[in-house]
Design a protein around this ligand. Structure first.
Ligand SMILES: [Cu+2]
Length: 261
């Protein structure tokens, strides 16, 4: 066999294996945040909702952070959507905060879950981190533990005496005060959310996913949250914030919208 023919056969033999070694082109993902009450899009500023404790209430706005957003594989490994801490500020009044795009190449493949931190973890939650509004407006007072609100969920409820009272359902670092010395211990109230899904990301394709916050769950999932009992301000009430966070773990759902061709 002459050398040219031999080389040609070698080339044919090597070609498929060369192809196999080429890395797959990355995928991308777009996450849209939807705030709902009992399955319907949140309608603000009207007294149309009643929570599990029987309080008629309205919502004026919701501002919150989610961070460390990542897709999860069946072996538990994570594919983060960003190279940094992946901190996102979401605001029912600011529509441009409702969409999150992956900012790094995402490995194509099958993912079985979406994972994120509600709020900011202890390492990320440092005072002065955000210098510009709206994020900077989320600061949490230094004497209450510092850093930032995880969430400001603001609204009003109708008290049994008929008066409409404002509530600041605000979550952040909690405090436990020693009854004798009055020394304060801070409590990290952030929590992780894991949402199972079956997501197949294809090379060079953008997949759209909806992350739903089921607002009513904050007041009902595990504890009927009673505004008449807790009052309108809970930033210094760790018992109330704990109940809220235990409810909040069940306030999220994921929906796969489409994988664009
Ligand atoms: Cu507050």
């Amino acid at each position: 066999m002459n050398k040219t023919i031999l080389c040609f056969f070698c080339f044919l033999f090597l070609l498929p294996s060369c192809r196999k070694n080429q890395p797959e082109k990355p995928a991308s993902i777009q996450l849209t945040i939807r705030h709902s009450v009992e399955g319907n899009l949140l309608v603000v500023d009207t007294m149309r909702y009643v929570n599990a404790a029987g309080n008629p209430f309205l919502i004026t706005e919701i501002q919150w952070f989610l961070s460390h957003l990542a897709l999860q594989k069946s072996d538990g490994s994570l594919e983060p959507l960003a190279d940094d801490e992946g901190i996102y500020y979401l605001d029912t009044d600011l529509s441009d905060t409702w969409t999150i795009h992956s900012s790094r190449p995402i490995n194509p493949g099958v993912y079985t879950g979406l994972k994120f931190v509600f709020g900011l973890n202890q390492t990320d939650n440092t005072s002065g981190r955000f210098v510009n509004p709206p994020e900077s407006f989320m600061f949490w007072p230094e004497q209450l533990g510092g850093g930032y609100h995880y969430m400001k969920l603001n609204g009003k409820w109708r008290r049994p005496d008929g008066l409409i009272a404002p509530f600041n359902f605000h979550l952040g670092i909690g405090q436990v005060y020693d009854s004798i010395t009055d020394a304060v211990r801070f409590v990290q109230n952030y929590f992780e959310v894991e949402l199972p899904c079956n997501l197949q990301l294809k090379p060079e394709k953008q997949t759209s996913v909806e992350l739903e916050m089921k607002v009513e769950q904050w007041f009902s999932a595990r504890h009927p949250y009673d505004f008449d009992f807790w009052g309108g301000h809970i930033m210094q009430n760790q018992a109330a914030m704990q109940q809220a966070c235990e409810n909040g773990k069940y306030a999220f759902a994921i929906h796969i919208l489409n994988a664009s061709e």
